[in-house]
Design a protein around this ligand. Sequence first.
Ligand SMILES: [Zn+2]
Length: 100
Amino acid sequence: MMGANSSTPAHERSEEGSAERPPRRTFRFREYTLGPDRRPEAEPVTFEMYCASCYVTGPVSTDAEDGTWWALEHLKKNPSHLDYREHVTRSYRAEAGAWL
Ligand SMILES: [Zn+2]
């Protein structure tokens, strides 16, 4: 989990009789935490295996075992292709916390 600050304009105030000056603007800061998106509507985690020898990719799947099976099939057809890489796609979401 990582924290971050971002600014949001809280309000703009224009003062009477100060047409020649720009409106005064103030900002407040809010704490956010960033972590894996575990909401039901979050996109599922997906896995994709590829061969490090020829860069052919297997299917994108929500089950990591599908990539393992694909790699074993690929190895049967290409006995010298021994190295594989797995790409994992995981959704993260920033959650708003307290105003500072
Ligand atoms: Zn290969």
